[in-house]
Design a protein around this ligand. Structure first.
Ligand code: B12
Length: 261
């Protein structure tokens, strides 16, 4: 018979992966990621520390000395980057992430409202987060950047059925479609969408992005063009409205993403 009192559970019930990953303290992780500018740092800290009540005032303050795009990229997004790291290391749990995402959304709404809207529409994008996928933070940022660069965005939201995306493309005839997938279980929706579009004789660039996918996957199906970050959207969109096919976008992808062409 085992003597349970003699067993030290601490030595057994350890998630070694998390223990190892968590050797870096939260403060060190934050210091590595947080911006230097004090106003932007406050915004990032509000997201990181789940301060939904403070974020609106702090975003307004940051907007006084920074462009809305900077408040998003170097403030709100940096806070979310810290949250992602803390979650990945088992320091934050899902409820923390949900509250942080709420604070992030509040800040985004304010920053988006402060952006100048260009009168002339350069082109139209249909955007969505993949069927079964509730992760829409990256898509929302990409949508804001496209809108602020003069594109009309038809945002279908998150967890969007493959058929809803296809119907919207057939109805709205956009210049390009975008999909975001953060889960390995949802990324297969991308090639299902492009296959259905091809059946309807529609051939347009499908910008695929999100933590679950990489360039290799997105280029494994026709029409797929990979985007790493939200800021890549306007670069790719500019080429698309200039008439570049998805084949050509793939060929020149490195130069486009590097901002060389
Ligand atoms: C926030 C978050 C959530 C939030 C989402 C809130 C929201 N509204 O989005 C909530 C709490 C709801 C959530 C829930 C879940 N989550 Co979650 N979540 C995350 C977390 C921590 C961060 C994701 C994030 O927002 N990243 C920041 C954004 C900015 O990144 P992004 O979307 O990739 O966007 C960037 C680029 O990809 C690009 N981009 C994105 N879209 C587009 C579009 C265009 C056009 C362009 C140009 C660029 C672009 O631009 C952005 C940067 O500039 C990740 C962990 C991680 N480290 O990523 C897990 C993670 C994605 N979640 C995960 C899981 C498993 C879940 C749950 C299933 C957990 C559970 N057991 O219940 C549930 C989902 C349940 C369900 N099916 O409904 C897993 C997915 C694992 C996998 N590979 O499949 C992850 C990776 C965590 C993990 N390590 O296990 N989650």
């Amino acid at each position: 018979m085992l003597d349970f009192d003699a067993i030290n559970a601490d030595k057994i019930l350890t998630r070694y992966d998390i223990k190892m990953e968590s050797s870096e303290k939260p403060e060190t992780i934050a210091a590595r990621i947080l911006p230097k500018d004090p106003a932007l740092k406050k915004v990032a800290e509000d997201v990181m520390n789940l301060k939904g009540k403070l974020i609106e005032d702090d975003v307004k303050a940051a907007l006084k000395s920074n462009a809305p795009e900077i408040v998003i990229q170097d403030g709100l997004l940096k806070g979310m980057d810290v949250v992602s790291e803390l979650y990945g290391r088992g320091i934050y749990y899902l409820p923390h992430v949900m509250v942080a995402a709420d604070a992030f959304d509040k800040g985004m709404k304010l920053a988006e409202g402060a952006m100048s809207t260009e009168k002339k529409t350069k082109g139209t994008a249909v955007m969505h987060a993949a069927e079964g996928d509730p992760h829409d933070i990256g898509k929302n940022i990409a949508a804001v950047l496209l809108k602020s660069n003069g594109y009309k965005v038809i945002d279908l939201g998150r967890d969007v059925l493959v058929d809803t995306v296809v119907d919207s493309v057939l109805k709205n005839k956009p210049n390009f479609v975008t999909g975001t997938a953060l889960m390995t279980t949802t990324m297969s929706a991308f090639p299902r969408i492009t296959a259905k579009l091809a059946e309807n004789d529609v051939h347009l660039p499908f910008i695929g992005a999100g933590g679950a996918v990489n360039r290799e996957f997105v280029e494994s199906f026709d029409m797929g063009v990979y985007a790493v970050a939200a800021k890549d959207g306007p670069h790719l969109a500019a080429k698309i409205v200039d008439g570049w096919s998805w084949h050509r976008l793939r060929e020149k992808w490195d130069d486009i993403i590097a901002g060389k062409i």
